[in-house]
Design a protein around this ligand. Sequence first.
Ligand SMILES: Cc1cc2nc3c(=O)[nH]c(=O)nc-3n(C[C@H](O)[C@H](O)[C@H](O)COP(=O)(O)OP(=O)(O)OC[C@H]3O[C@@H](n4cnc5c(N)ncnc54)[C@H](O)[C@@H]3O)c2cc1C
Length: 548
Amino acid sequence: MAEFDVIIVGGGVSGGLTAAAYLQKAGAKCVVIEKRHDLGCFDPGYEIWPETNVYPHANIYLGGMSPYWEDLELEKYGLRNLNSPVIYGVIGTDGKCLWHYLDPKKTYESCKKFSEKDAKKLQFFWETVIKVGKEFQKLICYQPPNPEYVDKLFELTAAPFGLDGDTIRTMNGIQLLEETFESDYARASLSHLAIGNYFGDFVSEGIGATSVAANNMAWSSSILRGGNHHLVHALQRLFLSYGGVVLRSSPVEKVIIKDGKAVGVRLSEDAVYPEKEIYAKKAVILDLQAPASLKLIGEDIVKQVSPELWAKMKFWKSGMKSSCLALITVKGRIPWKADEVEPVSKVAHLRYMFSSWDDIKEYYYRIKNHDSRAVFEGWYHELVNNVIDPTTISPEGYMTVRCDLHVPAMVQGNGMEWWDENRKKIIDECFKEKLEIIAPGIKNKIYEIHLETPYDIWRENPIGMPTHIVGGDFTDDQWYLGRMPYKMPIDGLYCCNSVWPCPASWGATGYIVASVVAADLGIRKQPWWVHEPTDYFFKNIQRDTYQM
Ligand SMILES: Cc1cc2nc3c(=O)[nH]c(=O)nc-3n(C[C@H](O)[C@H](O)[C@H](O)COP(=O)(O)OP(=O)(O)OC[C@H]3O[C@@H](n4cnc5c(N)ncnc54)[C@H](O)[C@@H]3O)c2cc1C
């Protein structure tokens, strides 16, 4: 009989794989059971050219500040962090640009052409983020949500704006940005991440304002050498080197519960692993979204232990916001207009395009209302991953830019087929034409375009809901305390998906579930499991930052 201490169902990079790496290193005997042929493939990668891979789900690396770098000694397992001197920037259709630098004084310099007052506020914003970033990340991203922390959460997110917690909790994102800044550029530059809804609805009272702050406070300017998907390889290498077991192409169809305790899982008939029942002496962790977890546990069982939790999982809400991506490979360099304005543009791997602040506001409401104009008239962000690391994502002599447009997952009055019917129009109007405005001549240099609509993303990963790319966005009742619990009300059962905070390459959800399980197993105190967020990043900032 196959038996482990801990079974992890789903090897996603944020939840399952990160948790497995921590727990195995802490001495628990773990197995990761994954339905697909590989781990960490929320969305599959493609070989666009021989030996040239792109991973649409892993373009923006968020783990630069994570404690996993030192806890898990990831450099030893082949992972290497690289920073651009620029965190991100906004490019206007008028050809101007505002860059946010790792050095707050340089952000001031870049902003002062738009407004001296805004420039001072942005410099203060980043100086404060550097001061309170560790406390913020520890509290909000690397511990389970706790009602005791809510006041502190407001206080910390208010600090970079020079506000107090009571004031920020009355504001939405638009009010916060309009009251803080006077220029379109400064407002736009701090809004783009919040529009993506990674920490709650931009226009919701309190949530919207804290979301603007939190999105930016959790950000670094890192990418990984060789491509961001190397995080999956490094975690996997570590997990296997400590004796962990990975079963691929093995869908789990049921959690086995005996006498009120989760004791194992049953694999589907299609699983390639021959034994169909696998047992866990201590814990089962599910890295699946709430409705999928409910199916595996069994509705009757959850209803019996907690009718409220059953209802939440069964009718799991979504704001129905998603992404539409285009991977565009061009011959030679991308002819950014911004390169002529500020040379640092050449090494800025993350940039956002916008037309005006009023358009941004309208765009956000159009997404919320599932209006097709959000797709065709929206603004989008794009990323060139290989500007500071020539080893990634583009064949020699070419460059691949990932363009990502936030969109409604479904356009009102239409089914998901709408996305298939409009593919050509989307490529032409949303991506080629828009890109041409800020990179004149790009249209004639395009070698290949790979489009991924929300429908494609959902088809690739049907356990996800047809919605947000980080796995269901945060409706107001799902903010902070309102998500799934890490520890389920069934003995031995834990979750690391549909939890707070958002899953992504920073592995926060895996880190937290591993801490909770390890504490229950009495193995949390490890001499190596002591590092704090932001330390690794700032310790190595000189070494890792690209020198112009
Ligand atoms: C298009 C796109 C772009 C993105 N861009 C970025 C980005 O730039 N930066 C970033 O940090 N994040 C990005 N993300 C988000 C990031 O990829 C996800 O947040 C992350 O991969 C989620 O990891 P997870 O562990 O929470 O969940 P998942 O990756 O969903 O892991 C769950 C795993 O469970 C497996 N599974 C499902 N059912 C079963 C079953 N019955 N039995 C066994 N296994 C099962 C699934 O196959 C999957 O591997 C993007 C996502 C998408 C789709």
